[in-house]
Ligand binder design. Structure first.
Ligand code: SF4
Length: 412
């Protein structure tokens, strides 16, 4: 099928959503992730299955509707890499069917949201960071690997004296080649942040104690703080270190450091997210139910209790009897973050998969278009700016949004 658009396409392969991709000269795009994404072959004919047998779209949707109607405790989950519009329909299905709804398939990676609830956050758009930052700190993240064009996006023509500090525990990360590298052991990260916060407000700490808890000399931390506080405007780009999102002390401590740095100069922070468009799903849920993820509608009103209603928790505890997984990736990638217990439970209950990849190992598998390749819609950029996606090909009629919409109409 000839392409509909070839230029100025928005790339959804990472959360930066670069909007200048030209697929007619893909080799010139300086990003391996974008090159792989735009070379994905879009299926010509979609395949749908019910109980392992080929089925038409309508009968597959009807089977999914019946499954939801007969379920006492359904789980609606996935939502990564779906357009904002599809995510909006998914939460309405969850509300109508009194389901549990979650935005990703792991309990990890949500530290910044719990931290936002506890401490707030000081942040900015990518444009503001690019225009104003004279110091950029990469804290335990490797943007070259995960977001290949981030530093290009943050660079400003004509500005060459910007300092980039890379703080992590890897000498081999590609990011460590971008600027001055400070080696910090992962287990010492919280201590380093605590000492930086103490030094910032002039608290004296014995140098032996600092060396023991951080692995760094007092002079190293003082010069690090000097670089940070000498910035007129600084940006800290960070990754999540701790697996337990609910008690992520490092992210809390980093959020507090960023806030306290604003007593001396201007500093902002931004978590470098890798869960594709889950941020949009969190916004949809927060605006509609009041909670960003892991919401339970079994009592007809939304309930949230940290990770009690997350997909991982509900599955591993056997607290759901049917699953509707709507995702923009394949089944295996979507469920790969689940624990063994959660995956075992997934195999014992009826499942519906709505995915761009056909033949998902689910009782009902419905194949749909791929956002940006054969579907339009909106995505949320890493800095919370919504962006429209154009479609390379003429958009498909069968999309996650249309299938979810048909299910919603049938159960309403
Ligand atoms: S940096 Fe991310 S959004 Fe930009 S072109 Fe590469 S993969 Fe796409």
């Amino acid at each position: 099928m000839p392409p509909l658009f070839t230029k100025r396409l928005t790339c959804p392969a990472c959360t930066l959503l670069c909007d200048d991709v030209d697929v007619s000269a893909l080799e010139a795009v300086d990003c391996p992730k974008a090159q792989s994404f735009f070379q994905i072959e879009v299926a010509k004919d979609f395949v749908h299955h019910v109980d392992g047998k080929p089925a038409g779209l309508e009968s597959s949707i009807q089977a999914a509707v019946e499954l939801l109607q007969h379920s006492r405790a359904p789980l609606v989950c996935g939502l990564e890499n779906l357009t904002t519009q599809s995510q909006q329909v998914a939460w309405k299905i969850a509300e109508r069917s009194r389901a549990t709804l979650d935005t990703t398939m792991t309990n990890g990676g949500r530290g910044s949201i719990f931290s936002l609830q506890r401490t707030g956050k000081v942040t900015a758009t990518l444009g503001e960071m690019a225009n104003r930052s004279d110091v950029i700190v990469c804290w335990f993240c490797d943007p070259v690997k995960t977001h290949p064009r981030l530093l290009e996006r943050l660079s400003k023509p004509g500005v060459s004296n910007r300092r980039i500090l890379v703080i992590d525990d890897s000498d081999t990360s590609k990011a460590s080649r971008l600027g001055e590298h400070v080696y910090v052991e992962r287990e010492n990260a919280a201590a380093v942040l605590a000492i930086l916060r103490a030094l910032l407000v002039g608290i004296q700490i014995e140098s032996d104690r600092i060396l023991e808890t951080t692995g760094l000399e007092l002079s190293q931390l003082e010069s690090l703080l000097d670089v940070i506080t000498s910035a007129k405007y600084g940006s800290i780009i960070y990754g999540q270190l701790q697996g337990n999102s609910a008690f992520d002390l490092v992210t809390d401590s980093l959020a507090l450091l960023i806030r306290e740095l604003n007593d001396k100069t201007r500093f902002v922070g931004m978590k470098l997210r890798t869960d594709l468009n889950a941020q949009s799903a969190e916004n949809v849920l927060a605006w509609s139910s009041g909670y960003p993820f892991a919401v339970n509608f079994s009592r007809k009103y939304p309930r949230f209790n940290w990770l009690e209603y997350s997909a991982e928790t509900v599955l591993s505890r056997g607290e759901c009897d049917a699953v509707l997984l709507a995702t923009g990736v394949d089944w295996q990638s979507s469920v790969s973050g689940l624990s063994q217990a959660a995956r075992e439970q997934l195999e014992t209950i009826p499942t519906v998969a709505i995915s761009p990849v056909g033949n998902c190992p689910a009782d009902i598998s419905i194949q749909v278009g791929i956002p940006a390749l054969s579907q339009t819609g909106e995505y949320c950029r890493n800095d919370d700016v919504s962006m429209p996606l154009r479609s390379v090909q003429k958009p498909e009629a069968t999309t996650a949004e249309s299938v979810l919409g048909a299910i919603l109409t049938a159960i309403s």
